[in-house]
Design a protein around this ligand. Sequence first.
Ligand code: XMP
Length: 309
Amino acid sequence: MTSNLLKSIIEKIQTNLNGRGILACSGGTDSSVLAVASKMAAGNNITAFFVDTGLIREGEKKRVKEFFEKFEINYKIIDSSDLFLGNLKGVTDPELKRKLIGDTFIKVFEKEAINLNAEYLLQGTIAPDWIESGGKNRDVIKSHHNVGGLPEHMHLKLIEPMRDLYKDDVRELSAELGLDVSQQPFPGPGLAVRIIGEITKERVEVLKKVTSLVEEAIENGIKSGNRPWQYFAVLLPVKTTGVHGDKRSYGDTVAIRAIDSTDAMTGTFHRFDWDFLEELSTKITNEVSTVNRVVLDITDKPPATIEWE
Ligand code: XMP
């Protein structure tokens, strides 16, 4: 039986969509739930887009493609990595990064919408996105790419049927729709908000490798009930001295961030087992030659946000 929550999302889509729409799907839980609900609401009048920004995780494109196919969602995958990385060149300010990413997404979507004769853009924006982007008269904590990152003038009409939901509501919907509920959240701006300082192709490659190692270690090494709610690595703009064999090295520093939360509005840092951390740290420095130091983030939210930028 369809829950009232799912029914209300389907209804919102059907009421607001008058023609064709495109849907921004990052492969994260929020936009994946929206993609399935939209298929139920409007069938092939909606095309879901996954944009390879060059800032996605290893294997992400394949995973999202399989998801679209499993749920028979009308989709298109676009490679815009040169465009995104080009626009971000030389940018180090976190808010500017987020705004440029939001703006680039919209430009990509507007172009695709013209090709499809679509007037609407569906986004899986949820309450924490707009609250932290300065909604409800609050201070801007960070401009979520799908809210504060949107340009002032855009031609597409926005439909955001999940605006009042929180992460735990989305998890319930996700279970109801048969999506992978063990999947951790991943931010729309991707690895950009986890690369502190300038984003270059080389730095993205380093973070991609470390991210895979962190995810693999946690997903294979910690039973699902005890896994952190969200876990990832952050590449710092700090180089430090190390020793590899009997040679001096001067390399990258990565931080491990793992948080226990239910709704992403607050959270506590995950208490890892020390032996697990030692193994993970050794694996990272052995397998990613440019990294010679691994540090652990032991900050709750608040005062820190989950993502570093
Ligand atoms: P913060 O860093 O604000 O993160 O404590 C809260 C949750 O939101 C995710 N996050 C984002 N998700 N677009 C998204 O779709 C964004 O711009 C964005 N920024 C943060 C973050 O991964 C965490 O789960």
